[in-house]
Design a protein around this ligand. Sequence first.
Ligand SMILES: *Cc1c(COP(=O)(O)O)cnc(C)c1O
Length: 402
Amino acid sequence: MNIYEIREQYPILDRKIEGRPLVYLDNAATSQTPRCVVETINDMYYKHKANVHRGVHTISQEATNLMEATREKVRRFINAKSTSEIIFTRGTTEAINLVASSFGDTLYTGDEIILTVMEHHSNIVPWQLLQRNKRLKIHVVPINSNGELDLNAYEDLFTENIRFVSMTHVSNVLGTINPVKQMIEIAHRYGVPVLVDGAQAAPHMKIDVQDLDADFYCFSSHKMYGPAGVGVLYGKEKQLSRMVPYQGGGEMIGNVTFEKTTFAELPYKFEAGTPDFVGIAAFGAAIDYIEGLGIDNIASHEQLLLDAATSQLMEIEGMRIFGTSEHKEGVISFLVGDINSYDMGVLLDKLGIAVRTGHHCAQPLMKRLGVTGTVRASFALYNTLEEVTRFTQAVARVAKMF
Ligand SMILES: *Cc1c(COP(=O)(O)O)cnc(C)c1O
């Protein structure tokens, strides 16, 4: 990969912040978007904008074809069996809410589910909302001091009351890559279906939902160089077909009368209303872009950045890195001495470095780590080793100021 050529695709990377070149290291919150994706958005508005699925006219068919082409690209990207298993949502959050609501409908008071302590709030709160009606019991898998899940504790949780497992593939705070394949296999031994939150995995590694044997898998376009407002829920046909729709409206019906309504086939049953066909088409361009570069090339480049950043940060006195698993992605959470994460973030911004600070939508994990927040740097395919050095030198400089 020629990073300098790649960077030309991202005008935002030329910006100056406080007179210094931007170093964008907040990719776990959202990645930047290359020209080819933005051009697809323009093309959709300039040439192909018509409502999808209902029109006989040419432009409506073009818009429909462009949207459905993305569904096939997503299917191939994660190796799903069929496009009927690919549901477009607004993002990971909506995908999890869909499952918590629709699969949740099949749960009863007294049923129990398993989450992990490293979940993003969007894989905690939907289950708590469900819990209000169903009085579910929620179990939480703990982590060890490296930030890895305790698999023995996980397996010990399984009793006949466990009905569902929902867990993240990669922690957005610790960077830990969880052994989801093994964890799914354990759950399946007890007949329990599993949802995997792939928001931090899909942009960075090859996903094969059939190999993982995941029952549900979800991710967001905006973290994968695509536009905001689009996400994917993959679900096994076996699971989706027995679930009731999440929302009602246009596009998701077979036949409507005031006496009785039938639902559309999968996947449309779960796609009420006019979808973001512009964003979905552009997400297709983002998948082409990732596949063009090669997800393995992206992963090894990001690993290089992670290793360099980690060893440089470790040189700084008082450095504490949260998440030291061997199986880790390009995310580093840290604190230096007793410098507040917010103060560090503000001062790094003055030096042109964009990082995230605070609880990263994972307050239960912060509590487990015994902190209120961390500073988080996260890498994408367009980051360079020079940027890593500028970042670590800036952290060292800020650390000295205190
Ligand atoms: C970002 C993120 C989410 C939420 O994704 P949205 O795009 O905001 O819906 C969920 N889980 C993890 C692990 C994330 O990093």
